[in-house]
Ligand binder design. Structure first.
Ligand SMILES: [Zn+2]
Length: 744
């Protein structure tokens, strides 16, 4: 039954290939969809419970004499040479194993300088096997060594964990100084298994000057090896009791440790990230671009001197999501007449891979009927001097007609295909209103594709307080490609009444389901061997420090219970059974990290087609796209606003016009200069005038910058408000269930 008329505006943020559906189709409360639940992945000790001879649950040792540690001065032979850990797959490994390992390989390349290439003829290598558990040796053993990703271990974070053993890292709680931070509760541990909580002194282990890391993917969960359900590990600070045992991936501390251990200069995959928190604004610059007006930096707590008044500007930024803290860029609309343009370009960015995920936050508070426009360009640059040669088609744009819904910082993500060196350009055109707000913040480009689809739900706590159990929020229809499979996410903010009755209240449930889409007749059915990862996104501003929360599974059309869910839907808009997790996430955890920022929740889903899997390409090239016509079709879309290209540059030297006749002729023929742009045709005269104007604006801007710099010096250093640790989440009745999700 529909609950009242609560329609929550939803913004579907997806990569380009996903179709946007009319807003009326967007989410609404539904009840009792047909769903099937998958068991959550077991913890590593659970997966390993029948395996004998493993130390600390998942460490394989040949014998005591070969114990190895991360103390590399004593044990240098355990360090992999050339920052590479070659891998081979055992015959029995499945598509699910390989999909999870590939996710981990990407993480190693993104966060560390290590890579896990497919072995060619290297002497030392890791053989990935499915041996009924998850375990590894610690450090390089010489020759072949086994790393098992058994049934139930096929999650990126588990693979990351086991490979951290393989490169020479022990569990976090076996550090020499662990007793300063945790208490081992031996009363809850079988004495025969107590050796699993041994720790090692500094002659054997090296903490790499990283503070004890409750966040580490190498830390046990609180009930590891517990025989009675009580906590076997008690954190001395209760705030960390539910932090330990995270199952998301590398922590910042893990990354630092590996970098120091392997002398890492930088990761193989690059992350460019700018949050505009300092006056340097990450090297973003107006120079060399024809701006009538400027993008200005607004520091919250200070008054704006140009453009919208302080009361019109957002009261918080995208980075912190907290009132009065942080800063962002906004466009100067103070002139109050239409057609004023403002460019800002990034510094020269580089990349090592073919596809990247571009992500940025924007805030638009626009008067109805305003003629404003906002464009993002991926600009081609001169390989030598880095100057912009061509803007190319806009990656994305916004006009009055494309915005809507509640006002908050929105995140746009899109998979792009950047050249090895490039610049991003943010180009705005003012409308006729001086109080239009056009603001940007938190721009990042990560050397990895974006997820397949994103679902943004603002005012999420409102859902948590108003939705009854069994009621769900249904995402708009998303597509895996163009053409691609149509699907939806179902979010049950308060889970299921049956779960509550069974003693597990307080969970949200998350499901994936196929829905009849526009391309169904062009696709291969059934929807088989698809790796589906359901994610709650950590909204920390820096993509490399996020700990997303997720579960994944592989579709199997031959399954007796689930097979029907992956058959071709009956017709357009007809839905199949949804598949997912009844106890996906414990709701109290929304208060930890940045799973909820400014009351906005972000969910995402990654769909990877494993039917044509090529293991040697997968870690460096496009993640097996799902039956697209062409990989190019996803790049740079959508371009629904054919406003043409802005004029690249008037001159290499700022404000010195220097064109030749051929160029002039070319430009005369060009009729695609968007409104508000200065055409080359009007050339010199305009340059003289704008130079004068710009000089004045620059002078004013200099004052602003100088002022903000002075204020910056007065204030205390900015503190990240990323909400990392909530209060202790000690609800006894959920302990059993939530712990099943913790990784050791
Ligand atoms: Zn382990």
């Amino acid at each position: 039954m529909m609950k009242g008329s609560i329609f929550l505006a939803v913004v579907l943020i997806t990569q380009g290939a996903v179709r946007h559906v009319p807003r009326v189709e967007a989410a609404r409360i539904q009840t009792a969809a047909q769903v099937i639940d998958i068991d959550e992945m077991p913890t590593i000790p659970e997966a390993n419970k029948d395996i004998k001879g493993l130390k600390e649950g998942d460490i394989q040792q040949k014998n005591e004499n070969t114990r190895n540690t991360i103390e590399t001065n004593q044990f240098p032979e355990y360090i992999w040479p050339d920052k590479k850990i070659p891998i081979v797959y055992g015959m029995e490994t499945t598509a699910l194993t390989k999909a999870a390992v590939d996710e981990a390989r990407r993480e190693y390349e993104l966060r560390t300088c290590l890579s896990l290439p497919i072995r060619t003829n290297e002497e030392n290598y890791v053989s990935i096997r499915v041996l009924g558990g998850c375990f590894s040796s610690v450090g390089m053993q010489g020759g072949l060594q086994i790393l098992s990703i058994g049934n139930g271990c096929e999650q990126m974070s588990t693979v990351v964990h086991e490979f951290m053993h393989a490169i020479g890292v022990w569990h976090e709680q076996s550090r020499a100084d662990r007793d300063d931070y945790i208490v081992i509760n031996y009363d809850a541990i079988d004495p025969d298994l107590a050796y699993n909580f041994d720790n090692y002194d500094f002659s054997e282990t090296d903490d790499r000057r990283v503070a004890y890391d409750f966040d580490s993917v190498m830390h046990y969960g609180k009930t590891a090896f517990s025989i009675d359900g009580n906590n076997s590990i008690v954190t001395r600070d209760p705030a960390f009791q539910d932090v330990i045992g995270q199952r998301s991936g590398f922590s910042a501390g893990d990354v630092t440790k590996i970098a120091r251990m392997y002398d890492c200069p930088q990761p193989l995959r690059v992350t460019n990230h700018e949050d505009f928190e300092t006056v340097l604004i990450g090297g973003y610059s107006h120079v060399g671009l024809n701006t009538n007006v400027k993008w200005l930096r607004h520091v919250l707590g200070e008054s704006s001197t140009l453009g919208p008044t302080t009361k019109d500007l957002p009261a918080y930024d995208a980075t912190h999501g907290v009132e009065g803290r942080g800063s962002f860029l906004y466009m100067d609309t103070s002139k109050g007449f239409p057609g004023q343009s403002a460019f800002i370009k990034s510094m020269r960015y580089t990349t090592n891979v073919a596809h990247q995920c571009l992500e940025f936050s924007y805030f638009l508070r626009i008067n109805v009927g305003s003629t404003f426009k906002l464009y993002i360009y991926l600009a081609e640059i001169d390989p030598l001097d880095g100057e912009i040669i061509d803007f190319n088609s806009p990656l994305w744009s916004q006009t009055t007609s494309t915005i809507g819904g509640p006002e908050y910082w929105k995140v746009k993500r899109m998979t792009i295909s950047a050249p090895s060196a490039y610049r991003l350009v943010f180009y705005g055109i003012t409308g006729q209103y001086y109080d239009d707000v056009i603001a940007i913040d938190d721009i990042s480009v990560v050397d990895k594709e974006c997820d397949t689809g994103y679902l943004t739900i603002p005012e999420y706590s409102n859902l948590m307080s108003t939705y009854e159990p069994d009621q769900f929020y249904q995402s708009p229809v998303m597509y895996t490609g163009n053409p691609g499979y149509a699907f939806q996410l179902l979010i049950y903010p308060n889970g299921w009444q049956s779960s509550i009755d069974a003693g597990f209240p307080g969970y949200m449930s998350m499901y994936f389901r196929l829905i009849g889409g526009s391309y169904d007749d062009e696709l291969v059915w059934p929807f088989d061997q698809q790796f589906i990862r359901l994610v709650i996104t950590d909204q920390g501003p820096n993509p490399t420090e996020r700990l997303n929360y997720f579960y994944n599974f592989l579709t199997d059309a031959s399954s007796i219970t689930l097979g029907a869910a992956w058959q071709k839907p009956a017709g357009l808009g007809s839905t199949n059974t949804a598949v997912g997790y009844r106890t996906f996430f414990f709701n109290d955890r929304f208060s930890t990290r940045s799973y909820l920022k400014n009351d906005v929740a972000y969910f995402s889903v990654q769909v990877t087609d494993m039917r044509n899997y090529n293991e040697s390409e997968s870690s460096s090239s496009l993640r097996n796209p799902v039956l697209r016509n062409s990989q190019e079709s996803m790049v740079g879309e959508p371009v629904d606003w054919p406003e043409g290209k802005p004029q690249p540059l008037m001159a290499k030297e700022d404000f010195e016009y220097n064109y030749d006749e051929e160029r002039e002729k070319e430009d005369e023929e060009r009729d695609d200069v968007p409104p508000g742009m200065i055409t080359v045709k009007t050339g010199l005269l305009v340059v003289v005038i704008t130079s004068a104007i710009v000089f004045v604006v620059m002078a004013l801007l200099t004052c602003v910058v100088a002022k903000s710099f002075r204020v910056k010096q007065k204030t205390a250093p900015a503190v990240m408000t990323d909400v990392r640790y909530g209060p202790g989440l000690s609800k006894e009745h959920h302990a059993k269930y939530s712990d099943r999700k913790d990784i050791l």
